[in-house]
Design a protein around this ligand. Structure first.
Ligand code: ACO
Length: 326
């Protein structure tokens, strides 16, 4: 049996810190509202003109390559999961591959909104377990500031920019690495979370720009309800599937959208907050980057043999959980 193991984690967040105090001068909000309702104090924003998601992704991957010492020529595939690609085409992954100078890899983008990293880690693991590939870089990267309306207090307080990258390698270390997953797509989420224009249904035009249709739209309360119900269910299912009791779980690494969502999900699963990796306070919701950035922040606390549960929820709706033996 071939095992798919994460052998390194890299990360990158831009230098610019947008804190609640600055936001409260931009829109009608307060540090108190954001902190108590969402749990965010600050987020990082990529402010340099002309730089997009590929820049964040490349920085995270460069750090990963340096840290692990992996030979770039030995990488078989590069997956970038993002909702904020540099361009409609070519893929962001192809741009990142070019910048990194990977000579023997193929690259593709994978879009599953905030669930992108969870889904693509599973895809990478299956590719490795098939025996056809040995080393895959998976990058979760999003420049959410590129689709956030900074006049809309309901959404602009939530998001930040960043990227996290992992190296997934084939190993004969039985019992370690990606174990299995419970991934689902609901398909009913479109009305509640989307960007109205810019795609093939409503291509960009003066009308779409004038009507501010190029920003993220969400019905926050509905998304909140679905997120709590689905992620709780997913965590329970993955624990049942692997005969894990709450006390067997060492860490939950959830998608970071709202601290109250994370608290509600883990409470339902009977897992105390000391076992939950949370960094939303400093980075906000970085979409596909939240889970790898949380791993990056928390890597030194993870011990060999720890039982780790990943769980995420995003536009679509897409959601799920997976079980990883560190
Ligand atoms: N500052 C102050 N007041 C605000 C703000 C703000 N930034 N935003 C909203 N309010 C007000 C509202 O206008 C409302 O006022 P009203 O009662 O006078 O109408 C009041 O606060 C309560 O609004 P709610 O929407 O009920 O607030 P809620 O507690 O639900 O928090 C939030 C809103 C944070 C958006 C929450 O619903 C949430 O986290 N939803 C889930 C978001 C999410 O997970 N998105 C995930 C995926 S994103 C992706 O996939 C790319």
């Amino acid at each position: 049996k071939i095992n798919a193991i994460i052998t390194g984690v890299g990360g990158y967040v831009p230098d610019y810190v947008l804190n609640n105090e600055e936001l409260s001068r931009m829109v009608d909000t307060t540090d108190e509202w954001i902190t108590t309702r969402v749990g965010i104090k600050e987020r990082r924003i990529l402010t340099e003109e002309g730089l997009g998601t590929s820049y964040l992704a490349r920085k995270a991957a460069k750090q990963l390559i340096q840290k692990t010492g992996v030979d770039p020529d030995s990488i078989d595939a590069l997956i970038v999961t993002t909702t904020t690609p540099d361009y409609k085409f070519p893929s962001t992954a192809s741009i990142v591959l070019g910048k990194l100078g990977l000579k023997n890899a193929f690259a593709f983008d994978f879009e599953a909104a905030c669930c992108g990293f969870l889904y693509s880690l599973d895809v990478a693991a299956a590719m490795i377990q098939s025996g056809r590939y040995k080393k895959i870089i998976v990058i979760g990267a999003d420049k959410m500031s590129s689709l956030v309306d900074y006049t809309d207090r309901q959404t602009c307080v939530l998001f930040g920019d960043g990227a996290g990258a992992v190296l997934v390698e084939a190993s004969d270390d039985d019992g370690y690495g990606v174990q299995n997953s419970y991934l689902r797509t609901d398909g009913q989420g479109l009305p509640f979370l989307h960007m109205k224009a810019g795609g093939s249904v409503c291509p960009p035009s003066h009308f779409t720009v004038d009507h501010r249709l190029h920003y993220l739209y969400q019905e926050g309360r509905t998304v909140f309800r679905y997120a709590v119900t689905d992620m709780s269910d997913d965590v329970t299912k993955i624990m049942e599937k692997n005969n894990l009791k709450a006390e067997d779980v060492d860490w939950v690494v959830p998608h970071e959208a709202n601290l109250r969502i994370i608290e509600a999900v883990t409470k339902r699963a009977g897992i105390p907050m000391e076992k939950v990796v949370v960094n939303i306070e400093h980075y906000g919701n970085t979409s596909a980057a939240t889970i790898p950035l949380a791993l990056w922040d928390h890597e030194s606390n993870l011990k060999r043999g720890d039982n780790v549960i990943f769980t995420a929820f995003g536009a679509g709706f897409v959601h799920g959980a997976s079980y990883y033996k560190w």
